[in-house]
Ligand binder design. Sequence first.
Ligand SMILES: C[S@@+](CC[C@H](N)C(=O)[O-])C[C@H]1O[C@@H](n2cnc3c(N)ncnc32)[C@H](O)[C@@H]1O
Length: 206
Amino acid sequence: MASQHRAAAAYDTVAAEYDLRFCDELDGKPRDRELLDGLAARASGVVLDVGSGPGHIGARIRASGRPVVAVDVSLAMADAAARRVDAALVADTVHIPVRAATISDIVAFYSIIHLPRLRLGDALREFARVLVPGGHVLLSAHEGTEDVAVTEFLGHQVDLSATFFTLDELVAAAVDAGLTVTLAERRAPYATEGSTNRLYVELENQ
Ligand SMILES: C[S@@+](CC[C@H](N)C(=O)[O-])C[C@H]1O[C@@H](n2cnc3c(N)ncnc32)[C@H](O)[C@@H]1O
């Protein structure tokens, strides 16, 4: 089965537990809050939360008064997100059903991790397509070089792939997609997180 269909099935299965476990996670993540609030302050129109999960990331941006539309391949996640943001679309990161050059900003926290490594460029080009000139992207990912098969998640059996990226790899893919890198940083995991270093990349559309 294609990776986006496996991701949809896996996240449909764990959606309720994911929501319970992570909906308040930003309380313990000061750097994430700072980056999200920075994006919200710069935004001038609709913000997309791509791979939104239950919408708690988009909700942080919406709290700053920006309209937020969630995009997730999982119907259960999109349903949950629609209760926290303005609207939600069930769609794939690499094919967002939105007219070109209409979106102010995109946040994609830990959703590119479910793309096959070779599709990262497709996702970034899709982001560039929907963003207005001067629009921004904020990505996060786990640092590493592995492609991991996940068979158990939040107490359920799943069939899911996770891709770890290096910071250099994210930066190079963004430049290839015609995006300008305005921030590229790593941080050690907070005590509440798993053991991987976290990567953050901010990009500006041409
Ligand atoms: C690890 S969760 C992250 C959710 C949220 N952004 C967060 O930071 O907690 C990954 C999310 O990406 C979604 N996802 C996975 N592959 C996707 C794809 N190809 N297109 C859109 N969403 C996808 C999953 O359904 C899931 O909701």
